[in-house]
Design a protein around this ligand. Structure first.
Ligand SMILES: C[S@@+](CC[C@H](N)C(=O)[O-])C[C@H]1O[C@@H](n2cnc3c(N)ncnc32)[C@H](O)[C@@H]1O
Length: 253
């Protein structure tokens, strides 16, 4: 397991991220245009899987977190039979892919690359993706670009206060983000702190490895991929020095 507690609470995950739509629209569009089935790595609770399947794509949805996959299975129940038939759920580590099947499109959405904490992880991922792709296939991912303003924050302070209602318990929660950045490992540890009305607190941690642009370009090159297209968002705006997001369309060299 990646040790990321957020993935043990899929309801909380959905509460945090279900209102994100730009990426889901983008991945649904490219999946519907793919000439064959799509391999999705790090599918989670299906935030991207379901729109891709609704758009007509057959999706092999891979994740290692059992709780996230259970939630995806639950969500599939309310889909049409056609959509259900188009999704195959596979519990696996994407650093050790061993599919016999070949795919014209492999996707790694929503910053999931940052769960590769070392360059060995990135190269293992790329090796597996290369094997899973047909020769002229595409590998599409989106990730963060480093944001120095976040890493300069006081690691003991709390930021981004919000109040919301937990969908399961109905409790009115207060939440904050906190974090610390290790410049040697380039891991940004993000802590989400939730306070219940009675005062008890729960902290959920995500450890995200950040990649500097030239570093990731070199890793992609070593891993045998060429950048076909890159943008700072899902509308295709050109990447700039201050971009905080990177959408990459890659093909095997
Ligand atoms: C940021 S979430 C993205 C989930 C979903 N794609 C979305 O957009 O909401 C990252 C997902 O990757 C999964 N994950 C992280 N490392 C993994 C690994 N080595 N193998 C398989 N899944 C992994 C986590 O369990 C989590 O569900």
């Amino acid at each position: 397991m990646s040790g990321d507690e957020l993935y043990r609470d899929p309801l909380l995950y959905d509460l945090e991220y279900d209102d994100q739509v730009e990426d889901a629209v983008y991945y649904a569009r490219i999946a519907s245009q793919a000439r064959g089935p799509v391999l999705e790595l790090g599918c989670g609770t299906g935030r991207i899987t379901l729109p891709m399947a609704r758009a007509g794509a057959r999706v092999t949805a891979v994740d290692q977190a059992a709780a996230m996959l259970e939630r995806l299975s639950d969500r599939l129940v309310s889909e049409t039979q056609d959509v259900r038939n188009r999704v195959e759920i596979v519990r696996a580590n994407f650093l050790d892919l061993g599919f016999e099947q070949r795919f014209p499109l492999v996707v790694l959405p929503f910053n999931t690359l940052h769960h590769c904490h070392t360059h060995h992880d990135v190269l293992a991922l790329l090796r597996g993706v290369r094997r899973a792709l047909v020769p002229e296939g595409r590998f599409v991912l989106d990730c963060y670009l480093p944001d120095p303003s976040l890493y300069a924050r006081d690691p003991n302070a709390r930021y981004e206060e919000r109040v919301f209602v937990h969908p399961h318990s109905g409790a009115r929660l207060q939440s904050w983000e906190a974090g610390s950045y290790d410049a040697l490992t380039q891991i940004h540890e993000v802590r989400y702190i939730y306070r219940h009305p009675e005062g008890q607190e729960r902290t959920v941690t995500l450890r995200l490895r950040m990649f500097y642009p030239q570093e990731l370009r070199a890793l992609l090159d070593w891993g045998g991929f060429r950048i076909v297209h890159e943008a700072e968002d899902f509308e295709g705006r050109p990447l700039q020095a201050h971009s905080l997001k990177w959408v990459l369309v890659l093909e095997p060299r």
